[in-house]
Design a protein around this ligand. Sequence first.
Ligand code: G3I
Length: 323
Amino acid sequence: SAQLNDLAVAAGLKYFGTALGEGTINSDSQYAAILNDKREFGQLVPENGQKWDSTEPSRGQFNYNQGDITANQAKRNGQGLRCHTMVWYSQLPNWVSSGSWTKATLTSVMETHINNVMGHYKGQCYAWDVVNEAISDDGQWRNSVFLRTFSTDYLPLSFNLAKKADPNTKLYYNDYNLEYNQAKTDRAVELVKIVQAAGAPIDGVGFQGHLIVGSTPSRANLATTLKRFTALGVEVAYTELDIRHASLPASSSAQVTQGNDFANVVGSCVDVAGCVGVTVWGFTDKHSWVPGTFPGEGDALIYDSNYRKKAAWTSISSVLAAA
Ligand code: G3I
């Protein structure tokens, strides 16, 4: 039967992709076999390997061992690459987050980091998440060394630095819980406008899509929310999709609901011109960040922990085949 990336491309999307867990790929051959199949996953994104704590753990010491795992795998398999992430409050080494910076010194630190890392991957990334999670769930600007030093001026600064480092990749703002069209979503609309008003380049907004079974918005409401951003002239994508069960084990009816929720998310992307693709944040319930962060929750992905396709996989394939 047809596989998800092939179906997604036939439905008019650019790709259906997955995150690659750097700790998993060389230790689990079943994981590797599915991930390496470009008919299933047309694009890869490193789950952790390109983050600041991995690429520049101490000042000026750059390391690409982890990030290159995904980039090399994608190259070998003929898969695309999304790149993740530059300016983020988390997985940020202490030397950055606890440094005492002026605007000038932090600008120089950001410029060095962005030039090195984006320079290393130059020409390989379909898109880069330039700024990640700059907004709190209540819609306030998220506290970080970047906000404290620059106020919101770090937003256009980051995009301008990224453009200089790799002029041909799509530059994204990426965040979670934008899907609910609430105060946080309003602030993300404002963020795009701030960057644009400063004359800085922004090409896309990533909806991470860390959602909950039974609480996922409808296909129509999701499409309405995506269109708030495409109306500003940027593309959109689902960048880290997983839909977790709030309690486990999941009943068979909860599995069906999960499938419908996945179909609504993927369907909303198909419905919106300017929604370019969907990336799941891992694909098997055997390996996911969810239970570590939300104890007792999980089974958020499209293959079960024995690598059997779930109802969620079938629902996605159906919604893509129907498009
Ligand atoms: O690599 C170390 C290992 O050496 C050490 O022994 C071990 C002990 O804790 O930790 C390992 O690092 C962990 C890393 O994942 C790699 O497995 C970190 O503790 C752990 O915090 C880290 O979690 C990642 C998380 O981001 C951190 O913020 C998850 O894997 C990753 O899935 C998650 O991804 C984020 C996106 O980047 C942004 N959006 C939200 C999403 C989910 O939180």
